[in-house]
Design a protein around this ligand. Structure first.
Ligand code: APR
Length: 244
């Protein structure tokens, strides 16, 4: 039995499947990743200036405009075959959990339901001071706009470095990682914790762990199956085989 058929057999036996995705899943939609050399966002921009509370307070206008630019890009792209394959996978298994580090909302646009968003969502806005999500605000000409409730700065509802992950989402993600038969880590460099700890918790709980990434990561040597391929190629093929 070759590697791929062993992998498919392990998935076919599974009743509970948990998936963790990262920026690599949206790369084929044209959304830049963070750490890919030259093309990654952090190759051109300093995370400490654009993705920290202190960076925001130093220059709120710069940060607000940078996220507005990213939101514009996300609005002009579409989910790719990897997103659609994961939406289809939810109907294959009795229990399926999709955890994402991505803030682009492309999983939901591909039809995935109940996505666990560990790092927030760029299409939502919240008050910097109160932390409450704000759907509407008056355009007073301020950049960033002002919170209609307290007058403070509005900011994107994403998790910045130096910030805690949303408690409910992290608890649900940890539970799903520790109570699955198969865990798939797809399109993530596995460098940012606590998300990068989830595949290790799955390993420690006896799950079969599969990685999908064209490049090796710190996790590659520890997984049961490593698919060195683009997600948009590997995942539709996997779903096809699961349905066969
Ligand atoms: N298919 C699968 N994987 C891919 C593809 C593809 N088509 N293209 C690139 N990759 C892989 C890269 O090899 C890399 O390992 O996706 C990974 C992207 O890694 P990062 O850019 O580090 O993104 P991610 O792991 O999601 O970053 C984690 O860091 O900057 C913060 O909050 C941000 O959520 C983000 C977190």
């Amino acid at each position: 039995m070759n590697l791929e058929s062993e992998l498919v057999a392990a998935l076919k036996r599974a009743r509970r499947v948990t998936v963790l995705t990262g920026a690599g899943v949206s790369a084929e939609s044209g959304v830049p990743t963070f750490r890919d050399a030259q093309t990654g966002l952090w190759a051109d921009f300093r995370p400490e200036d654009l993705a920290t509370p202190s960076g925001f307070l130093r220059n709120p206008q710069l940060v607000w405009e940078w996220y507005a630019w990213r939101r514009e890009r996300v609005n002009t792209v579409a989910p790719n075959p990897a997103h659609h394959a994961l939406a289809a996978m939810a109907d294959v298994f009795p229990e399926f959990h999709l955890i994402t580090q991505n803030v682009d909302g492309l999983h939901q646009r591909a039809g995935s339901r109940d996505v666990i968003e560990l790092h927030g969502n760029i299409t939502r806005t919240k008050c910097f001071d109160e932390g409450t999500v704000v759907a509407e605000w008056k355009d007073t000409g301020h950049v960033p706009p002002q919170c209609p409730h307290c007058g403070g700065h509005l900011r994107p509802d994403v998790v910045w470095f130096e910030e805690m992950l949303p408690v409910d989402e992290l608890q649900r993600a940890t539970h799903a990682a520790m109570h699955c038969d198969v865990f798939l880590s797809i399109g993530t460099s596995g460098l940012v914790y606590p998300a990068a700890g989830l595949p290790l918790q799955a390993l420690g709980s006896g799950a079969t762990v599969i990685e999908v990434n064209p490049e090796p990561t710190p996790l590659t040597a520890r997984v049961h199956f490593a698919i060195s391929s683009a997600a948009g190629v590997a995942l539709p093929r996997l779903v096809e085989q699961l349905r066969a």
